[in-house]
Structures are given as structure tokens and as C-alpha cells.
Design a protein around this ligand. Structure first.
Ligand SMILES: O=P(O)(O)OP(=O)(O)OP(=O)(O)OC[C@H]1O[C@@H](n2cnc3c(O)ncnc32)[C@H](O)[C@@H]1O
Ligand SMILES: [Mg+2]
Length: 208
């Protein structure tokens, strides 16, 4: 089965490829294999809505199953912000560094016990007819006092993982891939694929 990875984020692409590498039924294809792809507006109010928008549009455009990832950081002290706006937290063309700087500034002088946060990831997998499944994962932690580490991407340098006493960006990719929100969501992909392949024989799908 061909599966198009419907994301432009290089950090996500590297992680997803690793996390699904043992799925022998799946041939992963990237967006670079297609031309004139539509620009997709992430207009949803939830991670799930956005993941479905991205996966449906790419599946319908390419004619293959597509897998999209919508993810972000949810900070308790900021009433859940930046949430679905994580990529655009400090503006449309925001860099990871700018987003991290804005976050740390908003949490300046906020005590440790009030710095709780979680990473959330929703994976949507859709076929060209618009029939979809979604998988969700979370990873809990704290917003660090300063950025640390160079692994990973996005908010990893400012996300402190209590079980390791380090930021996500200080953890080797192999460790991140065992504990991350994305790993938790993708862990459910193998049983789902098995179920999907079985169902597709009988042409019935579980539609979201
Ligand atoms: O929409 P696509 O093309 O997949 O790529 P994107 O970067 O725009 O991705 P999102 O819309 O899902 O925005 C998620 C943002 O949340 C952050 N994020 C998601 N997963 C992360 C992770 O594992 N570590 C650190 N930051 C992460 C990161 O800054 C992303 O830009
Ligand atoms: Mg995006």
C-alpha cells in the first residue's frame, strides 16, 4: 500500500519515517514526489480537524492514502496556547527560535509548578474517497527556564521531560521516538493498518 506523508516539516518527516519503518505493507511516498500541490489552509479549531483537512486534501489530490500530522504545544498557564497555533505563535513566518523566545517571555518569572505543558499529536490517515482514521498521542512535561539542547525541532529545546531531567532537545532521537506524542500516536498505526487491510478486502471502513 502506498502512503503519502502529507507534511512539509522536516523534523516530523524524519521522525515519522523512523517510527513506521517496520511496517512492511507500507511504501512511504513524500510530497516532493508530486507537483503543483495545493496550498492547504489549516483552518481547524482542533488538532484533529487540521490533521483531517491535510490528510483528506492530499489523499484526494494524489489519489493515494495520505498520512498527516497536526501537533503542537499546550501550556496550562496560557490556557492551552499556543495549541493549534503552535507553528504560527509569533507570526505567519515564525521561526522555531522566535516561537520559543515568545513562549519563554510569556512565562518569565512563572514558578516551576505552574509551568506544566504537554505536546499533542493527532495523526490522520485518509483514502482518496475521504474515508479517514485518526490516532492521538500526548507527552507531558514542563516549560524550561531557558532553551537547552540541539536535537529535534520546534519547541523541543524549551520542553522539559521530568522522567529524564532534560529537555526534549537534549534527548537522543531514539529516546524521543520512544516517549514523544508522535510516537504514542503512531504506536497505534500497526494494529490499525492490519484492521484496515482486512476491512478493505470487504470494502467497509470505519469512517470519522
Ligand atoms: O503542517 P505541516 O506541513 O505538517 O508542518 P507544520 O510545521 O506546519 O506542523 P503543524 O501545523 O502541525 O504545527 C506544529 C508545530 O508544533 C511544534 N511541534 C510539533 N511537534 C513537535 C515536536 O515533536 N517537537 C517540538 N515541536 C513540535 C512545531 O513547532 C510545529 O511547527
Ligand atoms: Mg502546518
Amino acid at each position: 500500500m502506498k502512503l503519502v506523508l502529507a507534511t512539509r516539516n522536516k523534523g516530523k518527516i524524519a521522525e515519522i519515517k523512523k517510527l513506521v519503518s517496520d511496517l512492511s505493507q507500507v511504501e512511504l511516498v513524500s510530497l516532493d514526489d508530486f507537483q503543483n500541490l495545493p496550498d492547504i489552509a489549516e483552518t481547524g479549531k482542533t488538532f484533529k480537524e487540521n490533521a483531517l483537512i491535510k490528510a483528506k486534501e492530499i489523499a484526494s489530490f494524489t489519489g493515494h492514502w495520505a498520512l498527516a500530522d497536526d501537533s503542537g504545544l499546550v501550556v496550562d498557564y496560557l490556557q492551552g496556547a499556543p495549541g493549534v497555533y503552535s507553528a504560527r505563535f509569533s507570526g505567519e513566518q515564525a521561526t522555531d527560535e522566535q516561537n520559543n523566545a515568545k513562549l519563554l517571555a510569556l512565562l518569565k518569572d512563572v514558578p516551576w509548578e505552574k509551568r506544566q505543558a504537554k505536546f499533542v499529536c493527532v495523526i490522520a490517515i485518509c483514502n482518496p474517497k475521504g474515508q479517514c482514521y485518526t490516532l492521538e498521542g500526548e507527552c507531558k512535561g514542563y516549560i524550561a527556564l531557558e532553551p537547552k539542547g540541539t536535537y529535534g525541532f520546534g519547541y523541543d529545546p524549551v520542553f522539559f521531560v521530568p522522567a529524564y531531567g532534560k529537555t526534549m532537545a537534549e534527548l537522543e532521537p531514539e529516546i524521543k521516538n520512544q516517549i514523544s506524542h508522535r510516537a504514542m500516536a503512531l504506536k497505534q498505526l500497526k494494529p490499525l493498518l492490519r484492521q484496515m487491510l482486512k476491512r478493505s478486502e470487504g470494502q467497509t471502513y470505519n469512517i470519522h
